[in-house]
Design a protein around this ligand. Structure first.
Ligand code: NAI
Length: 257
C-alpha cells in the first residue's frame, strides 16, 4: 500500500480525476479529505470510499476562499492527526473562455481564482501542515496547455495553468530541503465532465483527437494513477517536474493516420 498511514487532501474530489484519485489513494491506504464545493457529489465520493472499506471525510471547500481552504486543512489535521499529501486538483473550464479579445473579464477573473489562486491557497495553508507532519508531497494540476499553444484558445484557462506550472516549480525548489516535494501534473485531454460540453460536438472532438498519437482521450483513472505516483514515495526523488500524462501529444509533430 503506497499511502499507508498517510492523510491526503484532494480538492475537486467530487468528480472526474479528483474522484478517481480519492478512491485510488484510499485503496492505497490513505485517509482522504474530499474537498469540493459540490456537497452532494463529494459525499458520494466519501460513500464510495467507505463502501470499499477505506477512510474518507467530506470538507465543504471553495478553493477561491482562503478561510475555506484553511478550514479543510484544519479538518484533515483534527480528524486524522496530520496531513501528508495535498493534491490541488480543482479546476474549471468555462465555455465562454476563448481568445483574449472575446473573453469577458469576469470569466478571466473566475478561472484564475479557481485554477491558480486555488492552488496558491492550497499551498499557503497546506505547506505549514505538511511541515508539521515532517514533510510531504504536493501535486498541483496544470495541463498540457501550460506547455503548448492551441489554436482553439481558452486564454484564461491556459494562463492559469501556466501559472500553476511556474508556482509549482518555485514551491518545489523552496521547500525541497524541508522534506516537501511538489510536482505539476499535466494531463492531456481527459474524458471527464470538464470536457463534456466541448466534446459533445463531434467536429470539436475530432479536431482535438487528430493531435493525440494514441487516438483517444485519457480516462480519469489513468491520470489518477500518475497523481498517486507523484504523491507516494515511489516518486521520492521526483521534484519540480512538469509531469506530462498526455498520450504523447507534446512529443508529436505528425500523428499516425
Ligand atoms: P471535473 O469538472 O470532473 O471536476 C472538477 C471538480 O472541481 C468538481 O468536482 C468541481 O465541483 C470542483 N470545483 C470547481 N470549482 C471549485 C471550487 N471553487 N472549489 C472547490 N472545488 C471546485 O474536472 P476534471 O476533468 O476532473 O479536472 C480536474 C483537474 O484537471 C482540473 O484542474 C482541470 O483543469 C485539470 N485538467 C483536466 C483535463 C481534462 O481534459 N479533463 C485536462 C488537463 C487538466
Amino acid at each position: 500500500m503506497r499511502l499507508d498511514g498517510r492523510t491526503a487532501l484532494i480538492t475537486g474530489a467530487a468528480s472526474g480525476i479528483g474522484r478517481q484519485a480519492a478512491e485510488l489513494f484510499a485503496a492505497e491506504g490513505a485517509r482522504v479529505v474530499v474537498a469540493d464545493v459540490s456537497e452532494e457529489a463529494g459525499r458520494a465520493t466519501v460513500a464510495a470510499i467507505e463502501g470499499a472499506g477505506g477512510g474518507a471525510s467530506f470538507a465543504a471547500t471553495d478553493v477561491t476562499r482562503s478561510e475555506s481552504v484553511a478550514a479543510a486543512v484544519a479538518h484533515a489535521e483534527e480528524r486524522y492527526g496530520a496531513l501528508h499529501v495535498v493534491f490541488n486538483n480543482a479546476g474549471i473550464f468555462p465555455g465562454d473562455d476563448t481568445d483574449p479579445v472575446e473573453t469577458p473579464e469576469d470569466v478571466w477573473d473566475r478561472v484564475v481564482a479557481v485554477n491558480l489562486k486555488g492552488v496558491f491557497l492550497g499551498c499557503k495553508h497546506g505547506i505549514p501542515a505538511l511541515l508539521r507532519a515532517g514533510g510531504g508531497a504536493i501535486v498541483n494540476t496544470a495541463s498540457f496547455v501550460a506547455v503548448m499553444g492551441a489554436a482553439t484558445p481558452q486564454i484564461a484557462y491556459t494562463a492559469s495553468k501556466g501559472g500553476v506550472l511556474a508556482l509549482t516549480r518555485e514551491v518545489a525548489v523552496s521547500y525541497a530541503r524541508r522534506g516537501i516535494r511538489a510536482n505539476a501534473l499535466c494531463p492531456g485531454p481527459v474524458n471527464t465532465p470538464l470536457l463534456e460540453e466541448l466534446l459533445a460536438d463531434p467536429a470539436a472532438r475530432a479536431r482535438r483527437l487528430v493531435h493525440v498519437p494514441m487516438g483517444r482521450l485519457a480516462e480519469a483513472h489513468e491520470v489518477a494513477r500518475a497523481a498517486l505516483f507523484l504523491a507516494s514515495d515511489d516518486a521520492a526523488y521526483v521534484n519540480g517536474t512538469t509531469f506530462l500524462v498526455d498520450g504523447g501529444i507534446s512529443g508529436a509533430y505528425v500523428t499516425p493516420e
